[in-house]
Ligand binder design. Sequence first.
Ligand SMILES: [Zn+2]
Length: 341
Amino acid sequence: MDLQEQLEGLQREAESAIAGAENSTALEAVRIRLLGRKEGRLTEIMRGLGQLPAELRPQAGAAANQVKERLAALLDARADVLDSGAPATPREDLSLPGRIRWRGARHPVTLVVDEICSVLAGLGFTRARGPEAETDWYNFTSLNTPLDHPAADMHDTFYLAPGVLLRSHTSPVQMRVMQQYQPPVRVVAPGTVYRRDPFDASHAPAFEQLEGLAVDEGISFVDLKATLAEFARRLFGSATRVRFRPSFFPFTEPSAEVDVSCMICGGRGCSACKQTGWMEISGAGMVHPSVFANAGYDPERYTGFAFGMGPARIAMTLYGIPDIRLLYENDTRFLEQFVDA
Ligand SMILES: [Zn+2]
């Protein structure tokens, strides 16, 4: 390496060492390392001058002196800065107001879905899911609902193409699970469903539904009642009472509407339960034998029950949400209330 390169390398190294010295002790150590009379780096380089041909020495000596002066000036300047007490490097301005961080949270409907699924997991139900675009066979026909059946009108469906539609309920997942697995089956299937409902305070054209299905040999209506009663007690509290009212669904027989004692007033009557003391939470029933036949199960051998719920409606009740549209507007002023809920 020739002398010029050595000097340039030393100068670069020295500049960053001087700038990085955080106090006068560190700066003095840098000074000794660079310019010390015995072992300073520049001193060593200048000793090498003696080996150069005589005609090159004056020029090299001048270059070395220039570097020496430059380093001495830098060391003095740095010493002044350190003496003045100014911070060695610019620091954060702690007087600036802090930034409020946006904290994400789970949507209130998702919170309810997770809670329901967690309670049902304790009763042996596994999560299942199916497609949101379905064929009319899965959505209606296989579930004992012929397309000219009045129940098909009830749903007033979004068709994507002939025979293909946005599912109007989560019940098609029952059929898909039964086609794939042999009994015993216990599944819970949450998901979005679509109906041509107006978008008003209590209706939305797309909303969450949740389907439960249990199939095995020897399952009776007693199992249905006991399961849903235990489910309600675990979800809403141990004092919750349950009642069943006769109802109709094409894919269950017999069918029932399931009410629980109002979780707001405890059954005494309030505005949330319209003074009745009861809240409807589920439609349920024993799976119709023809549904089993469509799934390839032997209806003589297997029985089972199914139930459906609307997590959005349950969320509205639990959190006192007056208008279902609030759940879909993605207004963070509304949603942030459920952080840590
Ligand atoms: Zn009430």
